[in-house]
Design a protein around this ligand. Structure first.
Ligand code: 5GP
Length: 181
């Protein structure tokens, strides 16, 4: 495969990700099956797309999903201010939201998005993330559904990019050091 010369190690295979997504889907189904309305999945572009596509196969509910694209303001990282590049088309008023993320790192992005959605009238906001890097956390967030915990290293694949590349890899891996030079 084209990328193999650049990959130092594979952390999570496609099979592991599929298996874990199935478990998370079942858990979400169980948690929401008795609610009056199904939750709205809100996926953050672009990294969460492959995970969303796998996860929804395993949630046995009449689901809807929508997308948001947000970016941190340059220079104000510590405040968690975000710029909304693409907002939701769906109204969140009274909705139970499940935010879908590729990775929660410092947690600032997801924390700010949660606050924004609650401010817009969402009834509840939970977080499902494929990967969690708790050692880097700065904001007060704890994802409700976590695929895998990862160490403090930069990962690519399964939606996660380095300079917009490697998102399409069917696994999560780490690049060789020379790729960053
Ligand atoms: P946070 O606000 O939690 O620090 O940032 C989360 C975002 O940072 C993720 O959605 C992702 O775009 C990016 N990010 C954080 N850690 C990694 C990583 O290890 N690899 C990649 N490719 N992106 C990351």
């Amino acid at each position: 495969m084209w990328e193999q010369k650049n990959i130092k190690k594979i952390l999570l295979t496609e099979e592991q990700i599929k298996e874990r997504s199935k478990e998370l889907g079942k858990q979400i189904t169980e948690d929401y099956k008795d609610k009056e309305k199904s939750p709205l999945l809100v996926a953050l572009l672009r990294g969460s797309v492959p995970f969303l596509a796998e996860l929804i196969k395993h949630i046995d509910l009449d689901l809807q999903y929508d997308f948001m694209d947000v970016k941190s303001y340059a220079g104000t990282e510590s405040t968690g201010d975000i710029r909304i590049l693409k907002d939701l088309d769906t109204s969140v008023k009274g909705m139970d939201i499940i935010l879908v993320e590729d990775i929660v790192d410092t947690g600032r992005t997801i924390h700010t998005v949660c606050r924004t959605l609650l401010h817009k009238g969402a009834a509840s906001v939970k977080i499902v993330t494929l990967l969690d890097k708790p050692s880097r956390r700065e904001a007060d967030v704890k994802p409700d559904y976590i695929g895998f915990e990862v160490e403090n290293e930069f990962v690519v694949g399964y939606g996660l990019d380095f300079d917009q590349h490697y998102r399409t890899l069917p696994y999560v891996g780490v690049l060789k050091d020379e790729c960053y030079q």
